[in-house]
Design a binder for this molecule. Structure first.
Ligand SMILES: *[C@@H]1O[C@H](CO)[C@@H](O)[C@H](O)[C@H]1NC(C)=O
Ligand SMILES: *[C@@H]1O[C@H](CO)[C@@H](O)[C@H](O)[C@H]1NC(C)=O
Length: 419
């Protein structure tokens, strides 16, 4: 027999774990498609989810996979700006604004280990530059994320690659490309045009989002000392989310809010709903998503075609470290179902096989929200291949190819300069 107090305590703990695990899944997210359970967990109540330990259905065997394309957002990082008058960030964000945190490094490292375990037979343990290509945006947090992931994938703890007995690490080369992975950092007039309305909060989706609960946005702005713009509200979410993750006491105005309705509504959850607001709106806007990820999409298609045509016989994997705008946009362009958002270090794996015929499979991966050392992954359906786990390569390409471009200067509508 359980003592009633024990039962009460366990349900409190249960509630807390659920709150942490579901922290990102705020119900005040974008007005459009951002509702519904994470990971397609529809039909389960929260207790059921918890009992399952958030484990997804086991992934099918990777035995016949011949190439993988792995894209991911950088790992957890510090906010771009801190709350006014807050000095605690000098401790918890010691790396500086926008920089990758140790939690972010652990998330990326665990992704590398996940890839090593799942694709043991595809990617030789010994590094060879013909087997893999790695790309990063120029952002420091992306380069460091890629390096952390590669450290998890290529640990030379035995064999001839072991060059320093005290260090289970080796350097892995990568290429930086902003037109591919960080268009917002490129001088690109057409990208600026497609993003301007979103970043100025002028498009319908942005004003609707901001006006949904004006008292709330006003309160958060007042208390945080930042503005009631989606960009600043997202920064508040980054502050509060990381403080919680790093066990820093949350400000009183979050845990004991003084506006009507909170509680019973959850202020923490309401704030977290603004995370990555502009980036999510961009990914949901066809033209913004195209400008963000169209060149990457082209490289995905080209790589798969080359593999099919026997032009990349040695190649086993491509890796890309990027941002929400890019990764979520690519996922939207590929039209994978039931991807709500991309938490830090989350992203996709496209698996390619030629057995019995050229086909691809789409996997979404993300860190366990309660443990950065654990990776969760599951197959997501591609609507044009409904009910099929493997989507014929031709069908896949036919259904996604339109927004792809290889000439980024033309896509940006940059004037050609004659030399
Ligand atoms: C920050 O401190 C200044 C000076 O004490 C004060 O006037 C201001 O209201 C504070 N802002 C916030 C958001 O706490
Ligand atoms: C808020 O907006 C005003 C006007 O656009 C600007 O001057 C100010 O710097 C902004 N404050 C913050 C904290 O971003």
């Amino acid at each position: 027999m359980l003592h009633p107090a024990t039962v009460l305590l366990s349900s409190l703990v249960l509630g807390l774990v659920i709150a942490i695990a579901f922290g990102r899944q705020a119900d005040s997210h974008a007005p459009s498609q951002h509702h519904g359970a994470h990971h397609g967990g529809n039909g389960h109540n929260q207790e059921e989810e918890l009992r399952q330990g958030h484990e997804h259905a086991p992934l099918p065997s990777a035995d016949n996979v011949k190439l993988i394309i792995v894209g991911f957002r950088h790992g957890n990082r510090n906010p771009a700006q801190f709350l006014k008058n807050d000095t605690t960030h000098e401790e918890w964000a010691w790396e500086g604004a926008s920089q990758l945190t140790n939690i972010g490094k652990r998330q990326a490292f665990s992704l590398g280990k996940f890839i090593r375990n799942r694709y043991m037979n595809l990617i030789p343990a010994e590094f060879s530059p013909s087997k893999i290509k790695a790309y990063s945006s120029s952002a420091e947090r992306c380069q460091m994320t890629l390096q952390s992931a590669m450290a998890g994938l290529y640990r030379p703890n035995k064999g001839r690659a072991n060059w320093n007995a005290a260090l289970s690490w080796q350097p892995i080369p990568y290429e930086i490309s902003d037109p591919l992975l960080r268009m917002y950092n490129v001088k690109c007039p057409h990208y600026t045009t497609s993003y301007q309305g979103i970043s100025d909060d002028n498009v319908d989706a942005a004003t609707k989002w901001l006006n949904k609960d004006k008292e709330l946005t006003k309160y958060i702005a007042q208390q945080s000392g930042l503005n009631a713009s989606l960009s600043d509200l997202a920064d508040v979410a980054d502050n509060i989310g990381n403080m919680k993750m790093m066990n820093v006491p949350l400000p009183n105005w979050v845990i004991r809010p003084t506006i009507p309705g909170y509680p019973p509504k959850d202020m923490y959850k309401a704030i977290m709903g603004f995370a990555e607001a502009h980036q999510v709106l961009c990914a949901d806007d066809a033209e913004c998503a195209r400008m963000m990820a169209g060149m990457w999409l082209d490289q995905v298609i080209t790589t798969l075609k080359q593999k099919k045509d026997g032009k990349l016989t040695d190649r086993a994997a491509h890796f890309y470290a990027a941002h929400t705008e890019t990764v979520l946009s690519l996922i939207r362009l590929i039209k994978a179902k039931d991807v709500v958002d991309t938490p830090t270090s989350a992203g996709m794996i496209i698996e390619y096989t030629d057995l019995p015929a050229p086909a691809v499979r789409f996997i979404f991966h993300e860190p366990d929200p309660t443990n950065p050392d654990v990776r969760l992954a599951e197959i997501k359906e591609l609507p044009y291949c409904s009910g099929q786990q493997w989507c014929p390569l031709e069908t896949f390409i036919e259904n996604i190819k339109v927004p792809a471009f290889s000439d980024w200067q033309a896509a940006c509508k940059l004037p050609r300069c004659a030399i």
